[in-house]
Design a protein around this ligand. Structure first.
Ligand SMILES: Nc1ncnc2c1ncn2[C@@H]1O[C@H](COP(=O)(O)OP(=O)(O)OP(=O)(O)O)[C@@H](O)[C@H]1O
Length: 333
């Protein structure tokens, strides 16, 4: 758990005992919160309604002004920096994505680059490149208007627009919240692949613990009154919840959810070998999750898996796999 900022040179966003008390409110919405987010890290903020997630996110780009504390981005104290200028360097994606209805998709994406003085032809080229990046064919979509796109497509444009000025930091507030569950999962996976390429520092708010576990390098679980209950990797949160609050918040499916985060290679390495000729096995890639491996075994009605590792092929039966996957942590990929 790392809830205190440390002077790591690798930190991109540091919140140092930041508080927000809205006018007329008895209690602070966020009270003395400290967090350090590393360069290129994808951090997800989750927690019950009203615990201060959105307030925290919006203090980073100063859409909400902190009452106390310090915010440092990329080594610079921005607590009192010019807010407009700060915001131009930080991508922001929200659920109601707020595309301007009278501008084409390309012009919506080009808004911030225009403010930054980018020439028209260059803006157009950049918009097309970004549309392509978020999986929308530029020749079809660049000239359309927002109302001519589905909710999921508009959300992709929202992401493209946030990336337009190539900001090192992206803030996302429930970015996939308005999209139906199937499109949502697809968008999440696409976004993960995009992040592998662009490696932005991302802070995202969600209500959905599964989304958090799927996307976050680390997850900050907020308790009531913005208490940082645990700030840790998805696997550690599932395997070693810091307290009862975290355990309850993650819910009863922790053991099964954990299977999606464990790699076959790790689990196989930490389990005893089964004898190959006693088993009907199905070959599974070493990088697959245990969850996927179990699905494959069950649908093929096999008795176990074979996995090719650099040190040789291993054969592991279903029971051994399940027992190993239930162990604590050496099995992490
Ligand atoms: N503009 C405001 N004026 C007064 N109080 C506010 C304002 N915005 C938020 N609050 C209060 O601050 C607290 C934290 O709100 P915030 O929106 O940050 O929480 P949240 O965790 O993002 O909630 P949710 O999950 O419901 O979106 C809440 O009690 C909320 O009522």
């Amino acid at each position: 758990m790392s809830d205190k900022p440390s002077p790591s040179t690798d930190s991109m966003i540091v919140l140092d005992r930041v508080s927000k008390r809205y006018p007329g409110q008895d209690r602070a919405a966020v009270a003395e919160l400290s967090m350090e987010i590393r360069r290129g890290e994808f951090v997800v903020l989750v927690g019950p309604s009203g615990c201060g997630k959105t307030t925290t996110l919006r203090m980073v780009n100063r859409l909400v002004e902190p009452t106390e504390g310090r915010i440092v981005i990329d080594g610079k104290d921005v607590t009192h920096a010019d807010a407009d200028q700060l915001r131009r360097g930080i991508g922001y994606v929200i659920q109601q994505i707020g595309l301007l209805p009278h501008l084409t998709i390309a012009d919506n994406i080009g808004l911030v680059p225009k403010m930054l003085g980018m020439a028209k032809a260059e803006r157009r080229r950049r918009a097309e490149e970004l549309l392509d990046m978020v999986g929308l064919d530029p020749s079809t979509y660049a000239g359309r208007y927002p109302r001519q796109l589905s909710g999921g497509q508009q959300q992709r444009v929202g992401v493209a627009r946030a990336l337009a000025a190539d900001p090192p930091v992206m803030l996302m507030d429930e970015p996939f919240g308005a999209v139906d569950p199937i499109a949502r999962e697809k968008l999440q996976m696409e976004f993960l692949r995009l992040q592998e390429r662009i490696r932005k520092t991302i802070v995202m708010v969600t209500h959905d613990i599964d989304e958090a576990l799927r996307l976050g390098d680390r997850i900050a679980i907020f308790g009531p009154g913005s208490r940082l209950a645990q700030f840790d990797t998805p696997l550690n949160i599932l395997s070693n919840p810091a307290d009862e609050f975290v355990r309850d918040f993650v819910g009863s499916g922790a053991a099964v959810r954990r299977l999606s985060l464990l790699s076959v290679a790790g689990v196989v390495r930490s389990s005893p070998s089964d004898v190959s000729d006693l088993l009907s096995t199905i070959e599974v890639d070493a990088n697959e999750s245990v969850h996927r491996a179990l699905e494959m075994v069950l649908s093929a009605r096999a008795e176990g898996i074979s996995v090719r590792l650099p040190e040789g092929t291993r054969y592991v039966g279903l029971q051994t796999l399940l027992t190993a996957a239930a162990q604590p942590l050496e099995a992490v990929s």
